[in-house]
Write a protein that binds this ligand. Structure first.
Ligand code: AMP
Length: 477
């Protein structure tokens, strides 16, 4: 998963993009990068957090009036600097691109680009595949007189040949600024605008919290398959070129996004409270009577407090979190992950001792966090521990960019609830029911493939195996 931002016609673009990336840091901690345009592209990217990569940046050198930024959590490819975004090419115009998502037909695209178009793809980053596919289609036009139609047409070709989830931002040198999503709109992309001393500046970002921070007003979410092109005179052209059934990733609401962000008019925090309240159904059904309900900070707070309110059991903060340690799941391998979980959370002893505790987390994937926490709570005197997952059982790989792409990683793919409870040493495990979640979104079209196995783009067994093999090759399991 990644975070992207693009800003057009703003003289303070470099600093605003770096600040915007800081607001998106939770979406990726492997690498960060920016590109600005001022007659030519200036790219700075590197491995690590935004604050490290841009620590000594010479703002003068990167001055421009439009730019792109990216934070990366490598779900495909390596974590090396060479794979960090943005990427740029010099033909048929200067093109710079960032994306969030995951391309699933990478092997066939790479082959086609190599064999038919003689483009050598240097990295394992799939933004290159999108960039070259766009470039070879744009190249077919009269390059002296590129029109908006030509640009829309090249995007449509991308949307037809590139399968998967992608939200993309592109600067087309001296032509304009482009934003588009895949035909299912799986990954978020929101448009914003603000008045600056030199006129209206448009911006695009993965989450609306960026706009709050930078003083942009939200215009709207891009629709599934929508393309927005802003020409050099700042005219906005938008069109839905290729749309299939919209399928917004529900895991954005559950886990990935920050609680203060809004997608499709739904505030993430409020969605989590609703899901928390919905969990009361399964808690009541279980007949369990916890003394208190605690959360796994920070993403589970709204689920836990929503549940506590619905069942009238006190919510407490039962775990202290070291704020300076990153997301454990985002660490590249299991050994590091376990050590991060250990350093990250510690019980607040008197709250835990002699109590029957219901601990709520957003999800159980491999069971690393839950097993560690249950043992910790018991060690510090919890009488009983019930582990509650705000999401349904994760049983199927996410092929669209959430880092859950190897089936054997998923505890619920192989085990039933009793076996999971045993594995994580809990007295009971309660999950959100998939039907309840689907009911909650009956008026809004979501992707719930990781729970249901229904992949909106369709998927073959072969492709699933290829994705899994790539993932294993990247040494991040
Ligand atoms: P696990 O420890 O493998 O069972 O994973 C569950 C924990 O990781 C939960 O605490 C979640 O908050 C977090 N998590 C779940 N899915 C993801 C993801 N795709 N990327 C990062 N963190 C995640």
């Amino acid at each position: 998963m990644c975070g992207i931002i693009g800003i057009n016609k703003n003289l303070n673009v470099t600093l605003e993009i770096i600040h915007g990336l800081t607001a998106l840091q939770h979406r990726g901690q492997d690498s960060a990068g920016i590109v600005t345009f001022n007659g030519n592209f200036k790219i700075k990217k590197g491995v690590g957090h935004v604050s490290n990569v841009f620590q000594n940046i010479d703002l003068e050198k990167y001055q421009g009036d439009c730019g792109l930024g990216h934070v990366r959590y490598a779900t495909a490819g390596s974590t090396e600097a060479i794979d960090a975004q943005p990427f740029a090419v010099n033909y048929p115009f200067g093109l710079a691109m960032v994306h969030n998502g995951n391309v699933i037909n990478f092997n066939s695209l790479r082959k086609e680009l190599n064999e038919e178009h003689k483009r050598l793809i240097d990295t394992s980053n799939d933004v290159e595949l999108i960039l070259y596919t766009f470039a070879v289609n744009l190249e077919k036009n009269d390059l002296q007189n590129i029109t908006v139609e030509n640009i829309f047409d090249a995007v449509e070709k991308v949307q037809k040949s590139v399968k998967g989830a992608y939200s993309v931002l592109t600067i087309i040198a001296n032509q304009g600024f482009l934003a588009f999503t895949d035909p299912y709109g799986i990954r978020p992309l929101i448009m914003g605008k603000k008045e600056t001393s030199t006129g209206v500046s448009y911006a695009f970002a993965s989450e609306t919290n960026v706009f709050d921070y930078l003083g942009y007003e939200v215009v709207r979410d891009l629709e599934a398959g929508e393309t927005v092109f802003i020409d050099n005179d700042n005219n906005v052209h938008s069109r839905i070129l290729k749309q299939n059934k919209p399928s917004f990733c529900v895991f954005e609401y559950i886990y990935f996004a920050r609680e203060d962000s809004i997608f499709h008019n739904r505030l993430v925090a409020s969605e989590r409270v609703k899901m928390g309240k919905m969990l009361s159904k399964n808690l009541k059904k279980s007949g369990l009577k916890p003394d208190i309900i605690i959360d796994v900070p920070n993403s589970a707070y709204f689920f836990a407090s929503g549940l506590a309110e619905a069942v009238d059991i006190p919510y407490r903060r039962g775990l202290a979190k070291n704020r300076f340690i990153g997301r454990s799941f985002i660490t590249p391998n299991q050994k590091k992950r376990e050590s991060v979980v250990k350093q990250k959370l510690n019980p607040i002893k008197d709250i835990i001792k002699n109590h029957k505790i219901a601990v709520v987390d957003d999800s159980i994937v491999r069971g690393t966090t839950s097993r560690h926490l249950v043992n910790l709570l018991k060690k510090y005197g919890a009488k009983e521990v019930y582990f509650i997952s705000a999401s349904p059982q994760i049983k199927y790989p996410c092929i669209y960019g959430i880092d859950m792409s190897v089936k054997k990683e998923m505890i619920a793919a192989e085990k039933n609830e009793t076996q999971i409870a045993k594995f994580i040493n809990a007295d009971s495990v309660i999950y959100q029911s998939l039907e309840d979640l689907q009911e909650m979104y009956s008026d809004f079209s979501i992707c719930d493939a990781c729970f249901s196995g229904n992949y909106p783009t369709g998927i073959t067994k072969d492709l699933l195996e290829q994705i899994e093999t790539e993932k294993l090759k990247s040494n991040r399991v």
